[in-house]
Design a protein around this ligand. Structure first.
Ligand SMILES: Nc1ncnc2c1ncn2[C@@H]1O[C@H](COP(=O)(O)OP(=O)(O)OP(=O)(O)O)[C@@H](O)[C@H]1O
Ligand SMILES: [Mg+2]
Length: 282
């Protein structure tokens, strides 16, 4: 019997997941896309980036997207956040139609996008200011998050005084500081060294598990996708479409030992087969 179960794009509910199934049963909507496509219009002509996509992310689910460079992953994330309008289709987050940037998400962009004139702590506190929440109330949370990601003592530094990986860790704190229900992460660990990356993976899983947040994470790394995910969505080349969605039947909590599990290695192999002509994925 196959260790991993491939599910069709149209039938992704009813998985075995813990928080997921509990929350799905309680009727929490999560993220829903129907017929969502994107074609960028430019003076040089149209760039079809995403074919119409239909899928659902359960509330409390850890959902990971892998796909070749340029297949539309960042485009997908920007549309879900409300920063970019789809060309066709509709997106619902927590049951509400997305037609503008909305506050209930924390976003980690592909580049850390810290404001260069603000120190690390004030970059992390940005969502608190934008949402006009109490600085006093959230300051301890910001500091605790920075400590969690190993940036204690760097609060007063400016972004250029940090390495790329440190900047990315600060931007992860910024995405979490206002305690959003949904976290959208675009290759958040790409700039990290292998050891820090593994530590951050474990930490992110712990946060997600303890808080029941819905996470949509994009990565180029197939092993990282399988290690983190409840389900992995595999995309085709541009214009991106859904090649497959896989359940990851590894028990939780997961430690790094999970990567030695035959279920893990088999699923990594299966997903890799989608890209055997590609060199962009590791
Ligand atoms: N603002 C834009 N205008 C025109 N075309 C764009 C724009 N943004 C992205 N594209 C095109 O849309 C396609 C998808 O881009 P996107 O950034 O979503 O890819 P991606 O899957 O995130 O790639 P990567 O893995 O390299 O980050 C690409 O072919 C890109 O050239
Ligand atoms: Mg991208």
């Amino acid at each position: 019997m196959n260790a991993a179960t491939k599910t069709s794009a149209a039938n992704q509910s009813g998985t075995h997941r813990r928080v997921v199934s509990d929350r799905a049963a309680s009727g929490t909507p999560g993220i829903q896309l129907s017929g969502v496509s994107k074609t960028y219009r430019s003076r040089d002509g149209d760039v079809p980036s995403l074919r119409p996509l239909d899928f659902h992310i359960n509330a409390g689910e850890f959902f990971v997207v892998v796909g070749p460079s340029g297949c539309g992953k960042s485009t997908l994330l920007k549309m879900i956040s409300g920063l970019l309008p789809p060309s066709t289709g509709e997106i619902f987050v927590e049951g509400e139609k997305v037609d503008k940037p909305h506050g209930n998400v924390g976003i980690v962009f592909q580049n850390s996008l810290l404001l260069p004139w603000r120190n690390v702590l004030n970059n992390v506190m940005l969502p608190i200011e934008m949402k006009r929440l109490s600085r006093e109330e959230y300051l301890p949370r910001a500091k605790a998050l920075l400590k969690l990601v190993g940036l204690e003592g760097f609060e007063r530094k400016l972004p250029w005084q940090l390495s790329g990986g440190m900047q990315q860790r600060a931007s992860i704190c910024r995405a979490l500081v206002h305690d959003p229900k949904i976290i959208l992460m675009d290759e958040p660990f790409g700039a990290l060294d292998a050891m820090t990356r593994e530590r951050m993976n474990v930490e992110l899983m712990r946060i997600q598990r303890e808080t029941g947040k819905t996470v949509l994470l994009i990565t180029h790394s197939i092993p990282e996708a399988v290690f983190l995910a409840d389900r992995v969505l595999v995309m085709t080349e541009r214009p991106g479409s859904i090649a497959a969605i896989y359940d990851v039947p590894l028990p939780r909590p997961r430690s790094l030992d999970a990567m030695a599990d035959p279920v893990f290695t088999e699923l990594v192999q299966r997903i890799r087969k989608h890209f055997f002509t590609q060199s962009t994925l590791d």
